[in-house]
Design a binder for this molecule. Structure first.
Ligand SMILES: [Zn+2]
Length: 402
């Protein structure tokens, strides 16, 4: 004969110790190394939960607990709203081999009624819950990760070929503040690859065109535009303006690349690098003091004219899309602190052979800016450094963006 509810509960009580809220409080205050799991539904968790609790709704418990708590000897405290669901959840955990599980009597209701401290995660609007639902399903992102993205501030250098896909996907993902530096206006020749811009916006400042596209995609995102030519004179002010967390370099010339590198090292900001040439592209994350910087790899710029830009050498339309997407991806990983960003590694992509290579990169112990022996302590004149001051090279120093 099937068991009654009462019988099931009585059996569970025999196998699972129950702790009062005071016992749980004392244990948590002692820092007793317990894993605290909240087995209520997501909506209940969102309204408030114990500090440090892991949200594992009962429907997903068996599926997710082994990943969340791999060591089955871990002491686990389970709680729900009133103490019933957690008792049954604790019994299930014991069946899965967790030997040391207790259930909190009275659950979150008793905890709150006792006046004990609780936490409330970021409150998302109904629209946000739907918009970011695919992120919420990923345990590595979840609501906490989405809150980080919404709070994040990313500066994109250039709203061109690389900056377009980067900013597009960052906005879609809900990166809350996106700064864009670009002094240029939309030109017909940009539209073969710069997907933020449209035919009817030719002549419009790229910053304005980008703002229209990005806010139409996601009104959560705040776009901060800097319609100016990035230089030693303004980069520090721009980075400080919103205290950006990550700088994404989508520029197409060496003076700006060294400028962005040096400013990132001097301010300690991660620099998500991308560059393209005809059919090939590369991407890396230069994270000050966690890995090499651009100067560790290339202490000196190439001679003027040796490395032509897109405007001079051409670029396959899709290529900046690929590299810009890698930059957007790496930016999300850095913000979320997940996976293995391209720190100390450079990805090379050859579109014609479809070969992707990853090269390990080393810090240069004599790097002029990021080593102990650094000689560069402030920004320099990058046009001069790259040999572009005056004469026929002047055009090349124009800051076209990829
Ligand atoms: Zn360096």
């Amino acid at each position: 004969m099937a068991k009654t509810y009462k019988e099931i509960m009585a059996e569970a009580r025999k196998s699972v110790p129950e702790w009062s809220v005071d016992q749980v409080k004392a244990q948590l205050d002692n820092g007793g190394g317990h894993s605290l799991i909240d087995v209520r539904e997501k909506e209940e968790f969102r309204e408030g939960h114990l500090r440090g609790a892991l949200s594992l709704p009962r429907g997903f418990l068996e599926m997710r607990v082994e990943e969340a708590i791999p060591d089955k000897n871990t002491a686990v405290i389970a709680y729900c709203a009133g103490g019933t669901r957690s008792l049954l959840a604790a019994r299930n955990l014991r069946e899965l081999g967790y030997s040391n599980v207790v259930s909190m009597t009275g659950g979150y209701t008793a905890w709150k009624n006792a006046g004990l401290p609780f936490e409330q995660d970021r409150q998302f609007s109904t629209e946000q819950l739907t918009r970011y639902s695919r992120h919420f399903m990923l345990p590595e992102v979840g609501e906490a990760g989405q809150a980080k993205l919404l709070d994040a501030k990313v500066l994109c250098v250039g709203a061109g070929g690389l900056g377009s896909p980067t900013a597009f996907y960052l906005a879609a993902a809900g990166v809350g503040t996106i700064g864009l530096v670009d002094h240029d206006t939309v030109d017909l020749s940009n539209l073969q690859r710069q997907i933020l811009h449209t035919n009817d916006r030719i002549g419009m400042p790229k910053i304005e065109s980008a703002r229209q596209t990005l806010t139409a995609l996601n009104p959560d995102v705040r776009i901060v535009g800097y319609q100016e030519r990035l230089s030693s004179d303004n980069i520090m002010r721009i980075i400080a303006d919103q205290d950006y967390d990550v700088i994404v370099d989508g520029c197409d010339n060496f003076p700006t690349r060294y400028l962005v590198n040096d400013a990132c090292v001097l301010t300690g900001k991660p620099n998500v690098h991308g560059s393209i040439f005809q059919f090939e592209g590369q991407a890396a994350v230069f994270y000050p003091h966690r890995g090499p910087c651009y100067r560790c790899l290339f202490p000196e710029p190439p001679p003027p004219g040796a490395a032509p830009s897109c405007a001079e050498a051409g670029v396959l339309g899709v290529l900046p899309g690929l590299i810009g997407c890698v930059q957007a991806l790496e930016t999300l990983k850095v913000i979320l602190d997940i996976g293995k960003p391209l720190i100390g590694r450079m990805m090379y992509f050859d579109t014609l052979s479809m070969e992707v290579r990853i090269h390990k990169l080393r810090r240069d112990p004599n790097c002029p800016i990021c080593s102990d022996k650094a000689t560069i302590k402030e920004l320099i004149d990058y046009e001069e450094f790259c040999g572009l001051r005056g004469g026929h090279q002047e055009d090349q120093s124009a800051q076209a963006t990829a």
